[in-house]
Design a protein around this ligand. Structure first.
Ligand code: SF4
Ligand code: SF4
Length: 281
């Protein structure tokens, strides 16, 4: 029949229009008080009405794989041996793969020997340039950089406030488990333990068992260990920039500075990482 499709479409529109008012009556007065009601109403319901989210009083829950700016994973503040210690080894891979080159890293050095240590002294991300692609998190071989869910970062000063330093970027591993439990568990299973790879190596060397990742022990606090020690400073890696002199400005790990820097073969590096990941699986 001519016009049947139009009538069908209008029926759906009117159905949602009226259901909106039916829902308003059903949830009257409970809109702001019950998170559960809010989640039902703002969710996808085939027969539900339209619903206006009253931001910022109300916020739509983001899915687990949602990604905004990156953050650096550090140990929890109550970790028995490494409270607040970085997972990042300042290898520089994230800075290399970042398409708009908005990551700057200054590798740490041992103050006594002057030798590089696998920890960043400084870590900067220009969040105005970051395009939230997630490449840094995808390619980090140490699961040390993750995509955050916090999207409320507007400010009136874009010159300095939007350049996040290490202090602002650092968030505990328990935060990552909270916002992305499935991904955190998948990664731990892929690593083979809950602990950071370097710590796991030190624990195995000391004859101490690591924690096999399961959902049950996901939130258990790590036990103190008498034997396991922090990893020894590693030799400098070819992908990272030599530690910069102590200036206020961060040094880049990109191939744009320094003539003697070894050439970075991005494809070879990516293939190596993929191979490593495939071998783990
Ligand atoms: S790739 Fe990971 S470990 Fe390497 S510098 Fe970036 S965050 Fe740190
Ligand atoms: S999310 Fe993408 S653009 Fe942003 S820092 Fe990571 S790699 Fe760079």
């Amino acid at each position: 029949m001519y016009g049947k499709g139009i009538a069908k479409g209008l029926f759906v529109t009117f159905k949602h229009f009226f259901t909106t008012y039916v829902d308003d009556i059903r949830y009257a007065g409970r809109k702001y008080l019950h998170q559960e009601n809010f989640e039902v109403r703002q969710g996808l319901r085939p027969n539900g009405g339209a619903y206006t989210v009253m931001y910022p009083e109300e916020k739509i829950a983001v899915p687990e794989r949602f990604r905004f700016t990156p953050f650096l994973v550090v140990e929890d503040a109550d970790h028995p041996e490494r409270p607040g210690e970085d997972w990042c080894t300042s290898c520089g891979i994230c800075a290399k793969v970042c398409p708009p080159q908005c990551i700057w890293i200054v590798r740490g050095t041992n103050p006594e020997t002057g030798r590089p240590v696998p920890q960043p002294d400084a870590f900067y991300i220009d969040t105005d340039i970051c395009m939230n692609c997630g490449f840094c998190a995808e390619f980090c071989p140490f699961d040390a950089i993750k995509m955050d869910h916090d999207y409320e970062m507007a400010s009136y000063d874009r010159t300095t406030v939007h350049i996040h330093d290490k202090k602002r970027l650092s968030k505990p591993v328990s935060y990552w488990k909270n916002i992305a439990p499935t991904s955190a568990l998948e990664e731990a299973v892929s690593r083979g333990q809950w602990e950071h790879n370097d710590i796991a190596k030190a624990m195995k060397k000391a004859g101490q068992p690591t924690t096999a990742p399961t959902i049950e022990n996901m939130w258990l606090k790590p036990e103190p260990s008498a034997k396991a020690e922090a990893p020894e400073p590693a030799a400098p890696q070819a992908t990272a920039k030599k530690a910069a002199p102590s200036t206020d400005k961060p040094a880049e790990t990109t191939a744009t500075s320094g003539d003697k820097k070894p050439k970075f073969d991005k494809q070879a590096m990516l293939a190596k990482i993929r191979e490593k990941k495939a071998n783990k699986e």
